[in-house]
Design a protein around this ligand. Structure first.
Ligand code: NAX
Ligand code: K
Length: 501
């Protein structure tokens, strides 16, 4: 159930289901019934129901729900945008089956009403305006409990963007699979709680559609998640190197190092400039500290081939030295997590980095920008859209650079150069705190160190980071995150059925 379908893929699912023998009116009947059931699950027949129907099949679902709710004893007031004679296909059939009165668009909602929002769904093609916009603001201002059909009207199913204005729903009933707009912000907030109803589309249609996007859930990467083995030893669990900043900025590297250790890397070393050696050494026990000045220093440490992952960026400083250090790591064919300063340092010359990466196919880069960093590094690349179109932008950036890209946010997006993508929805709001990103870079590196492939390690890292934050709860500071991985790992391993002694 974790696949995400674009609106185009959903239309294809619909078409294939019809080809395989389910008439489209039956899909619509099932959709409308699921909506009526959602109303019935929470409210008795005392509260009036207002169904706001649009001119397409979303409106058709609304007509079905209105008919069924009427049959179940609810007082139903159906309002239609446009002319009933203009309805086509399933929507026209559903309207014929509805015997109640059909009123014009509404501009005021009576107190205590339940609203079924069947104005626009997957077929929204432009900004909501005119009468529809008036109805949307009346609904939003009324405080009514809104059940949205498929998507809150005004939310773009593919991007989660608000087109003009949008209905704020308490719950959204969607069909077969979620769409990106249910998960991406701000769409997710407008959806309220989203549930998925089975409307008779067989899962087998997915074999033809082959969706590339999914929710970031363990089902996407659990089969590659490292399980420590009794016969294993620290060297078999990989070695992560974290490059530290100077004396006044060592905290970020230390947070990364702790994240990598807790994620299960066998060994973690901080490569530290001389002036910061004492502070790095004094504040770490299990983490080793080695002296390394700039690119030269890193190169000499990387002569140890057992070091298989390198974190560059957290607290490392912006400028030519960072650029040289990153380039040195790329030439050493390692898996690198490039974060923060390592990305910003290439803001003026991104191609320098990407050409070097192309010349070293044995090295793997995972880039972990937030939106600001993403713009800085990719805005000069013409084939990459603005970060405002975050899904397409992340996918294009991954494709163009051959790197795994993690666009960090409350709806973190991760793409692999092969076109697979996941969107995360488990990050609690208090995760937006100083240093949390440094820990995340460490967790991802720690998983890569143990042999997990880059895309899956990044997805797993982001998921674990979100779970760890929820484990800590409000008041969280970045230092808490590595420590909170323990109960999260315990639960995950229990779910994976791994036997740990
Ligand atoms: N695809 C499927 O498998 C199924 C789809 N169903 C429903 O069908 C919906 C999609 O139906 P449609 O493709 O007909 O699309 P919609 O019903 O979402 O909207 C299309 C209609 O709205 C108009 N429109 C779009 N944007 C507008 C705007 N800003 N202002 C005014 N008018 C606007 C279009 O001209 C068109 O008439 C889904 O969201 C779902 O609710 C269900 O019936 C069940 C099966
Ligand atoms: K809707």
């Amino acid at each position: 159930m974790h696949e995400l379908l674009t609106t185009k893929e959903m239309a294809e699912a619909d078409r294939l289901a019809v080809l395989r023998g389910t008439p489209s009116i039956e899909l619509m009947e099932n959709a409308g019934r699921a909506v009526a059931d959602a109303v019935g699950a929470n409210f008795g027949t005392i509260r009036p129901v207002i169904v706001i129907a649009g001119p397409g099949n979303n409106g058709g679902d609304g007509f079905v729900a209105a008919r069924l709710l009427g049959e179940r004893g609810y007082s139903v007031d159906l309002r239609l945008l446009g002319d009933i004679s203009k309805l086509r296909g399933g929507a026209a059939t559903a309207a014929k089956r509805y015997s109640g009165p059909v009123g014009p668009m509404i501009a005021e909602i009576p107190p205590g009403a339940i609203v079924v929002d069947a104005l626009f769904g997957a077929g929204l093609t432009r900004n909501v305006d005119g009468e529809a916009a008036v109805a949307v603001s009346a609904i939003n201002n009324s405080g009514a409990h809104v059940v949205a059909v498929d998507l809150p009207s005004g939310i773009n199913g593919d991007t989660g963007a608000v087109q003009g204005t949008a209905i704020r729903a308490a719950e959204t009933v969607t069909f077969f699979r979620k769409k990106p707009g249910h998960v991406l912000l701000p769409g997710r907030i407008f959806c309220g709680m989203t549930t998925i109803a089975d409307i008779g589309i067989p899962s087998s249609v997915l074999q033809d559609i082959r969706p590339r996007l999914a929710l970031n859930q363990p089902s996407r990467w659990a089969h590659l998640f490292p399980v420590p083995r009794v016969e294993g030893h620290k060297y078999s669990r990989g070695h992560t190197l974290v490059v530290s900043g100077g004396l006044s900025s060592t905290g970020a590297a230390r947070l990364s190092a702790r994240g990598a250790l807790r994620a299960g890397a066998g060994l973690v070393t901080i490569a530290s400039p001389r002036d910061a050696l004492a502070v790095n050494a004094a504040s770490n026990l299990a983490v080793m500290v080695r002296e390394a000045e700039g690119a030269e220093g890193l190169l000499s440490l990387l002569s140890d081939r057992r070091i298989n992952t390198v974190i560059l960026g957290p607290g490392g400083g912006i400028g030519p030295q960072m650029r040289a250090t990153v380039m040195a790591a790329v030439r050493q064919d390692r898996t690198m997590i490039l974060d923060a300063d390592a990305l910003t340092s290439f803001g003026e010359k991104p191609n320098e980095l990407f050409t070097e990466l192309k010349n070293h196919p044995e090295s793997t880069a995972i880039l972990t920008p937030h939106e600001g960093e993403f713009s800085r590094i990719f805005s000069r690349m013409s084939k990459i859209p603005s970060v405002k179109q975050k899904l397409e932008a992340t996918q294009a950036a991954s494709h163009e650079t051959g790197s795994v890209i993690l666009l960090k946010g409350a709806d973190s997006i991760i793409f692999s150069p092969d076109g697979r993508g996941v969107i995360s929805e488990n990050a609690p709001p208090y995760l937006a705190t100083a240093g949390a990103g440094d820990v995340l870079a460490g967790i991802i590196a720690g998983l890569c160190a143990q042999g997990m492939p880059a895309f899956e390690a990044t997805a797993a890292g982001v998921w674990l980071h979100g779970e760890a934050a929820s484990e800590v709860g409000p008041g969280l500071i970045a230092e808490d995150l590595p420590e909170a991985l323990r109960p999260v790992y315990r639960r995950l391993y229990a779910e994976l059925g791994a036997v740990l002694s």
